[in-house]
Ligand binder design. Structure first.
Ligand code: ACO
Length: 327
């Protein structure tokens, strides 16, 4: 039997500070009713002033390593999926490596926005399958609150901060990652973007004045593409593995909007008690949403050995991605 990669430990962390919809009513022209009905979000977590993305990574990583029974020194590769790293350079993965004390690891970041964790899982899976890595730490972490325009009601109500981590190791058993699937449509890059601060629009008084360092999103246009695309994606992922929707034990979707999640679940004829949902408590934590949800369901004992678990995400790029796991 060929080598596969297996998740041997999970961990997650969200900052303590809770910002609920009624707090946002005081900042922008919005209402708890609008946010709850249109998105399903009730609260989100906001990092402390001096807390960094790598601090969030560290908390989640320690938990995942503990769950896997792996010491930081044993890790040979660290991948951080993020669009809100500590700084453009060096990578947040290298900063995490120092904080964690994992001197024997290579380290790099990867950015596929909200699809980042699943892009990372796909890359990690290849490293493990080829024997290039034997103990890999993959983290999805975001400090979205630093990139929100708190005067823009169309975006500031949606996002939150948090981190989730997994440890991956090789296995020859039946459990493990069965397949991963990555897609992108760069022609729709401007549906969700943060246009300032890169080499196209380096930081300047103009970029700051024009609010180019904030997340911008064409929400409604994105919504329509997301629903259509994810419905196709989940069915094609199951088909690629000859698994029927009825055999699925759990769907772990990216947490952007409860209406998108419910539409995907309906397409699979999956009852909502087999769908992981945490956006009511954390909002959209981008690349952190899937590993946080995975950690929550794993720790709650909702995943049994041999269960089929489907992961799917959609985000800026536009990008979308999926993975089927036999737990
Ligand atoms: N409070 C009150 N009213 C609001 C708010 C708000 N917070 N935000 C928008 N509105 C208003 C709009 O101004 C508009 O008013 P109008 O009709 O007078 O013009 C009305 O509500 C409807 O706005 P829509 O944008 O059409 O609302 P929609 O139902 O599409 O919901 C939302 C918006 C929640 C953003 C939804 O479109 C969505 O979830 N989109 C997908 C997001 C997604 O999946 N993103 C991918 C991941 S993110 C990443 O990768 C970084």
């Amino acid at each position: 039997m060929q080598w596969k990669s297996k998740i041997t430990g999970t961990g997650s962390y969200v900052p303590e500070k809770v910002l609920d919809n009624s707090d946002l009513e005081k900042k922008v022209d919005t209402s708890d009713e609008w946010i709850t009905e249109r998105t399903g979000i009730r609260q989100r977590r906001i990092a402390r002033d001096r807390q960094t993305n790598s601090d969030l990574c560290l908390e989640a990583s320690r938990q995942a390593l503990h769950a896997a029974g792996v010491k930081p020194r044993e890790i040979d590769l660290i991948i951080v999926a993020t669009m809100s790293g500590d700084m453009p350079m060096p990578s947040t993965a290298s900063i995490l490596q120092r904080k964690l004390g994992a001197p024997n690891a290579g380290a790099f970041d990867l950015n596929a926005a909200c699809s980042g964790f699943l892009y990372g899982l796909s890359v990690a899976d290849k490293f493990i399958r080829t024997g290039a890595s034997r103990k890999l730490l993959l983290v999805g972490a975001e400090l979205n609150s630093r990139f929100l325009d708190w005067k823009d009601r169309t975006t500031c109500v949606l996002f939150g901060d948090g981190a989730g981590a997994v440890v991956l190791e090789p296995t020859r058993g039946r459990s493990g990652i069965l397949s991963t699937h990555l897609y992108s449509d760069g022609t729709l890059w401007d549906f969700i973007c943060l246009p300032g601060g890169g080499s196209e629009n380096p930081p300047s008084l103009k970029t700051v004045r024009e609010g180019m360092h904030f997340i911008k999103m064409k929400g409604n246009e994105t919504f329509k593409v997301a629903v259509r695309t994810l419905e196709k994606l989940v069915l094609s992922t199951l088909k690629a593995n000859n698994v029927e929707p009825s055999e699925l034990a759990m769907l772990i979707p990216h947490q952007a909007n409860l209406r998108i999640i419910s539409a995907t679940a309906r397409r699979l004829r999956l009852p909502m008690d087999r769908v992981a949902v945490n956006l009511d408590r954390y909002g959209n934590t981008s690349s952190a949403s899937i590993p946080i949800a995975l950690d929550e369901v794993a720790r709650a004992g909702r995943l049994k050995k041999g269960d089929y678990v489907l992961l799917e995400a959609f985000g800026a790029g536009l990008t979308w991605a999926s993975a089927l796991i036999k737990w």
